[in-house]
Design a protein around this ligand. Structure first.
Ligand SMILES: Nc1ncnc2c1ncn2[C@@H]1O[C@H](COP(=O)(O)OP(=O)(O)OP(=O)(O)O)[C@@H](O)[C@H]1O
Ligand SMILES: [Mg+2]
Length: 267
């Protein structure tokens, strides 16, 4: 039976393009007939609204009620208006989880256990589960790191971008050493690239020098269509499939799929 890969879109820095990447990679793969589940793990609920659902409804229907133990994933999965693309939504109540689970010494494993329980019954239903992480290294992010097979790290091509990565890499190593030895970084995706700004090319050069082939060839440009699409509840790939932002996410989707081939030949 086919395997489901769990991929977190992660960077503790805010506003670097995590949600945009989660939504559009998910949409790009769904357009290629792959079955995708997005889990919105951010109390801001941006992946939820960006995929056209509400982040204002009752938290009984969201990832919050899964993580506080009252619901199974099966009970909260929602169809989006897009074929092959389902969602576990989020809302602001999720921000209370850290305090509410303070007495639970195994809480880092809650998300993993819930996903595993789901996959036991629905193995093969999805090819990928993408987790859209919040901008922090808090409990929610640790839960995502413990539950994931691999990571995609969006990196905004601006000053200080690489400094934040050091802290993220340390956290990833700590989780690998203690809680999830098989975790690996699929790649780093450069975002919001501005070709008129020297800083963008400088950050790109440094990132490629330091992280080598871990940096995806695709670079996502700064593109206003990418920032408009979420207010319409649409992935940019559907909102305006010919804009430069869409072209880059189509290309990223292809690069992501091609990684599978290189994983297979290495195996
Ligand atoms: N390449 C881009 N060009 C222009 N705007 C972009 C681009 N990528 C993302 N944006 C916009 O920048 C803002 C931040 O992007 P996004 O929400 O994807 O980042 P994030 O890392 O998920 O943020 P947070 O840390 O708050 O969750 C959003 O308004 C988004 O629409
Ligand atoms: Mg986000």
């Amino acid at each position: 039976m086919s395997k489901t890969e769990i991929v977190s879109i992660i960077n503790q820095k805010g506003g670097v393009g995590k949600t945009t990447t989660a939504i559009n990679l998910a949409a790009g793969l769904a357009l290629k007939n792959k079955k995708i589940l997005v889990i919105d793990l951010d109390p801001q609920g941006n992946a939820t609204t960006g995929l056209g659902l509400l982040n204002s409804e009752n938290s009984n229907e969201t990832i919050y009620s899964v993580l506080n133990g009252t619901k199974s994933i099966f009970e909260v999965v929602k169809n989006t208006q897009f074929e092959n693309l389902d969602l576990v939504s989020s809302n602001v109540d999720l921000s209370g989880l850290e305090v509410e689970t303070a007495g639970d010494s195994k809480r880092a494993f809650i998300l993993k256990d819930k996903i595993m329980a789901y996959l036991k019954h629905y193995r093969g239903k999805y090819e990928y589960i993408f987790i859209d992480c919040p901008p922090s290294l808090s409990l929610l992010t640790v839960m995502a790191l413990v539950a994931s097979n691999s990571l995609v790290v969006p990196l905004q091509t601006e000053f200080f971008a690489l400094e934040g990565l050091t802290q993220l890499m340390k956290t990833i190593d700590r989780i690998k050493n203690n809680l999830n030895p098989a975790l690996f970084i699929r790649g780093i995706l450069l975002t919001m690239y501005d070709k008129r700004n020297k800083l963008s090319s400088e950050v790109e050069r440094e990132a490629r020098e330091y992280f080598k082939e871990k940096v995806y060839q695709t670079v996502v440009p700064r593109n206003v269509r990418l920032s408009e699409a979420p207010s319409h509840g649409l992935p940019v790939l559907i909102y305006d499939k010919t804009c430069s932002g869409s072209k880059s996410y189509f290309s990223f989707t292809d690069e992501f799929i091609n990684q599978e081939k290189s994983f297979e030949s290495a195996a």
